[in-house]
Design a binder for this molecule. Structure first.
Ligand code: GDP
Ligand code: ZN
Length: 353
């Protein structure tokens, strides 16, 4: 198996070097189910378990291997390995693990690009897309918005324009996984060494897109009642699949079920024009309700910002803030300090325009 094509670069090989001298092999996690993994290694696929040390040393779930992780493993028998170390992650999607204190639980790592898939049928929803863009900003991966089922939509150009207005510069593509229309532009985002994840609600067409990209019936798709756009949930596994042309895809279950985690910083990143505007208020702690000199109120009054987008930003920001506080009060405080600085810089920038 060619690990470069699967995404191993100088960073990965560099981090692995010290483990190589201990006789370990480099592997990438294809699937992770409880403490059973499947790894891609130079010499093919192997089944793996965590070492006792990895299991007991890591008090937090955050350090256990997840799909997409690069690991150092010891081969113990043909096709059998023990994972000793998880190499540093370059990006990570995490969910809120419900517990006494909310914890972040990684679900997929080392993703370069995310296809945010939504159907151009009843599934189309800009507010949900804004949420996905926020979660992607949090992960460290780059988004590409994929509007699927263009064969079912009569206003593709208008939908694309609406989407571009909230996508913060991310590419927006229209495709039909059924007919293959638009797939050249989708395939142009795949490349050897690149890992792409697909996110979107169930029924949006992720499995159909993957099947078309792989050219086989790799994942089962469910029939959706086209009248209400609701599909049965079929892609329940998380799996890293190598692409024939190089690179890899990670399929994930729908985001709703996953309760993904994002902080306020990521909300600000996904709504950068709104965040910059809010930073232009006269008072630093402006609640944007009825203060004098409120830049948001002024922009709302003269139609410079879309009230729905503003409401969506507020909702996500409050949600993110709440989870920051519950999950880590100290980090939340530090974050707030950091934000004050960024806020100040932004306000300066905004005023000087
Ligand atoms: P997933 O839950 O996101 O993996 O969605 P699926 O790939 O299972 O697709 C859900 C349903 O939408 C299936 O019935 C697909 O045949 C259908 N579908 C997927 N892509 C398209 C498309 O481009 N056009 C049309 N008309 N239907 C599609
Ligand atoms: Zn204000």
């Amino acid at each position: 198996m060619n690990l470069e094509s699967l995404g191993a670069d100088t960073c990965v090989f560099g981090a692995f070097a010290m483990h190589a001298s201990r006789g370990l092999v480099l592997g990438r996690v294809a699937t992770s189910q409880r403490d059973q993994y499947r790894l891609y290694t130079e010499s093919g696929e192997v089944a793996a378990e965590p070492s006792g040390a990895l299991w007991y040393r890591t008090s937090d779930v955050a350090s256990m291997p997840v799909v997409g992780d690069w690991v150092a493993a010891r081969l113990v028998a043909p096709g059998q390995a023990i994972v000793e170390t998880v190499l540093p992650r370059r990006s990570c999607f995490a969910r809120r693990a419900a517990g006494r204190r909310e914890e972040q639980q990684p679900i997929a790592a080392n993703i370069d690009l995310v296809f945010l898939v939504s159907g151009l049928d009843g599934d189309f929803n800009l507010r949900r897309l804004e949420r996905y863009l926020t979660l992607t900003a949090e992960s460290g991966a780059k988004p590409v918005v994929v509007l699927n089922k263009m064969d079912l939509c009569d206003y593709v150009a208008a939908r694309m324009a609406e989407t571009e207005a909230v996508a913060g510069g991310a590419p927006v593509l229209a495709v039909s996984a059924r007919s293959g229309a638009g797939f050249e532009s989708l395939a142009a985002h795949l490349a050897p060494g690149r890992t792409v994840a697909l996110l979107g609600s169930s029924g949006a067409g992720k499995s159909t897109i993957i099947n078309r990209l792989l050219g086989e019936e790799r994942l089962r798709t469910a029939e959706v009642r086209e009248a209400d756009s609701r599909g049965r949930h079929t892609s329940t596994r998380r799996e890293l699949v190598p692409l024939p042309q190089g690179g890899a895809l990670i399929d994930t279950p729908g985001m709703r079920e996953l309760r993904l985690w994002a902080g306020t910083e990521s909300v600000e990143a996904a709504f950068d024009e709104i965040a910059a505007l809010a930073a232009g208020c006269r008072y630093r702690d402006c609640s944007h309700e009825r203060e004098e000199g409120c830049a948001v109120a002024a922009a709302l009054a003269d139609g410079a910002i879309d009230p729905e987008r503003w409401a969506s930003y507020r909702k996500l920001w409050r949600e993110a803030r709440h989870h920051e506080i519950v999950s880590d009060p100290v980090a939340a405080r530090e974050q707030k300090q950091k934000w004050k600085r960024i806020h100040k810089a932004m306000r300066k920038r905004y005023k000087s325009r």
